[in-house]
Design a protein around this ligand. Structure first.
Ligand SMILES: Nc1ncnc2c1ncn2[C@@H]1O[C@H](COP(=O)(O)OP(=O)(O)OP(=O)(O)O)[C@@H](O)[C@H]1O
Ligand SMILES: Nc1ncnc2c1ncn2[C@@H]1O[C@H](COP(=O)(O)OP(=O)(O)OP(=O)(O)O)[C@@H](O)[C@H]1O
Ligand SMILES: [Mg+2]
Ligand SMILES: [Mg+2]
Lengths: 165, 173, 165, 173
């Protein structure tokens, strides 16, 4: 319904405008309705300005900036209405090292409400998870779960950071 | 409603029964290209009641059944069971009455080759698809538009037309 | 013209069917014309079968398999008609470590005819190039070339491998 | 016709004159997201005569001129020079007669803010756009459909409709 959509849009936009500068360490961003008078049909535009750069539509940004802006939006929606779990399949592929650190940091901050399942090829991301499952196809065409590595250090230090004594 | 474990059998490349324990906050899944990581995501979507074959990267629903390989023949059925932790009273309250007292909630979906009809169970009791979707809707687990980000989907959010992006907001509304 | 297209299609397809099993260490692939009787309008389908798996259209493969199949096709076109240089912008983003090794190995095999410019975030790819240019934006919005690292070891050992004494 | 060097000035985020030497077989370009790596690719496309603003990720051709930042104001013009090694006789033969004896071939393109008209030079001599494209066509440098793979383009090859994929073959034909 119209009011629900408007309430969600406002709540998500507020979180997005807060979260973007945190994730990008600066800059600003917002969502804009293409047709504010029509809540049932309006589209959503994403305007963003990475730190030190000019404000523009998301399509004008670099490949990694676009992806990271979309991730910030997704996380803003997630903060507005957390799901019990969130699955992220190779979302970090276009991100540089600094942005991967901010990506996993943002995920860690949401683990109080939700569980995260992250699929990745990045060694950097792998170091930040609590447990690592490997999937292989030793026998062609047949998937097998192998090797579980529990990241005791990461889990414990993050836990302390989230719950100072 | 955290996930406790996922059991996959005969689903896509997981022809052998595979159990994945999910008792951590942040779970990483890694492996070479084509080894089956995204198939795990498909298994979760499927057991949650996904009805679109396209959303599961197939042409028909039967495409989720292990189709055979060099060394194995086609599986007779695909089955996935997802088990949720139901120990949080707040989470339990959002469930239909009959499930509130269970410490766990196990949802199973099964599809037989050639059959075409899906079977659903909750805690081993046969139910209909709508019982499954009711459970997921109430607990917020069903909000997959933004809680399941498939491979390449981030790029779609970026390049989407403004009218198509509203789905993200609608699902959270 | 029709004959030129047909000649190119045949030459590229031949190289593609040869190159795919080399890149994937097995399996097979081919291009197929949607309308073999109409060289001016026909489309091109890509069929591929990674080792041990089943033959299918490219859209049925995993994210990384698709990308690597497309890379094999691009390299096949390049071998049919080499350009003096080739620019690859973050082509390796969805690839696992083994496929990145095969990607750089295939590039190295073509350096007798062409020069390659590779943009990447992957440390693995970075180790395989001859020279590494870093671009930064210390001053926001202003690009600056920094640090050049010449990979003497890589260049020399690859040169030896390509030109056994 | 290997590239010897690229000089970029006032083009997109390269407001300061930047010189990149290309005297190796395999050149890697690295850096953080948004630092300007793909802009180098755009600079090469642009100096080779690209006429589509969209292909350069802009709305109008003037978008390639440095548009200003927090600390700098807009540039008055964009200029890129690409210098090729012309020491290979086989490569030289594919050039128009007047350029065959030069050891190097330097192509320059300049666009002034507000002006709208592009200037082209070959070895500092003003020429027309078609002279530039003739040079590139002959040497095979112009086959950019498959020799310049932009960020995300691999995904487009995968998901392209069969009719759209033929461009790759056509360009090599
Ligand atoms: N019904 C099926 N039966 C057998 N194998 C299947 C079936 N459906 C898909 N597959 C196989 O599963 C593989 C794809 O797995 P998946 O997409 O999970 O890979 P991935 O690990 O995510 O790889 P990437 O890192 O490249 O994204 C493909 O090789 C495909 O052939
Ligand atoms: N005309 C212009 N004037 C000033 N800055 C510009 C201009 N055009 C583009 N830019 C800036 O250049 C940056 C994009 O650079 P580029 O696409 O080369 O990044 P990249 O290094 O490839 O990053 P990624 O790793 O994310 O792909 C953007 O931040 C954009 O704002
Ligand atoms: Mg995948
Ligand atoms: Mg880029």
């Amino acid at each position: 319904s119209e009011r629900l959509f408007e309430h969600a849009f406002t709540g998500i936009n507020r979180r997005f405008t807060e979260l973007f500068p945190k994730m990008f360490r600066g800059g600003k961003a917002e969502l804009r309705l293409t047709n504010p008078n029509d809540m049932l049909e309006t589209g959503i535009e994403i305007l963003a300005q990475p730190p030190g750069k000019r404000l523009g539509h998301i399509e004008l940004m670099s490949g990694g900036e676009k992806a990271f802006t979309a991730v910030s939006l997704l996380f803003a929606i997630f903060r507005y209405k957390p799901s019990p779990f969130c699955i992220l399949d190779e979302v970090d592929a276009p991100l540089d090292d600094a942005n991967i650190d901010r990506y996993v940091e943002a995920i860690r901050a949401m683990t109080d409400r939700s569980q995260f399942i992250i699929i990745t090829h990045s060694k950097r991301t792998m170091q930040a998870v609590d447990v690592l499952y490997g999937v292989t196809m030793q026998e062609p065409g047949v998937s097998k779960l192998v090797g579980v590595r529990v990241n005791e250090a990461a889990a414990r230090s993050e836990h302390k950071r989230a719950n100072p004594a | 409603m955290h996930i406790k474990k996922l059991e996959i059998c005969g689903f896509k490349s997981f022809v052998d029964r595979t159990v994945i324990q999910f008792d951590h906050d942040v779970i990483g899944i890694v492996g070479p290209n084509g080894c089956g990581k995204s198939n795990v995501v498909d298994a979760i979507r499927w057991v949650m009641g996904e009805q679109s074959a396209k959303a599961l990267r197939g042409k028909a629903m039967g495409d989720v059944i292990f189709a055979g390989s060099e060394s194995r023949q086609q599986a007779g059925f695909a089955e996935v069971t997802i088990t949720f932790d139901n120990s949080d009273p707040a989470g339990a309250q959002s469930l239909p009455l009959e499930y509130r007292d269970y410490p766990e909630l196990a949802v199973t979906r099964r599809l037989f080759h050639g059959d075409g009809s899906n079977e659903y169970c909750i805690n081993k009791i046969p139910v209909r698809l709508r019982d499954v979707t009711d459970v997921f809707l109430g607990t917020g687990v069903g909000r997959k538009a933004y809680s399941i980000v498939e491979q390449g989907k981030i790029g779609l959010i970026v390049s989407a037309r403004p009218e198509d992006r509203r789905i993200l907001i609608e699902e959270a509304a």
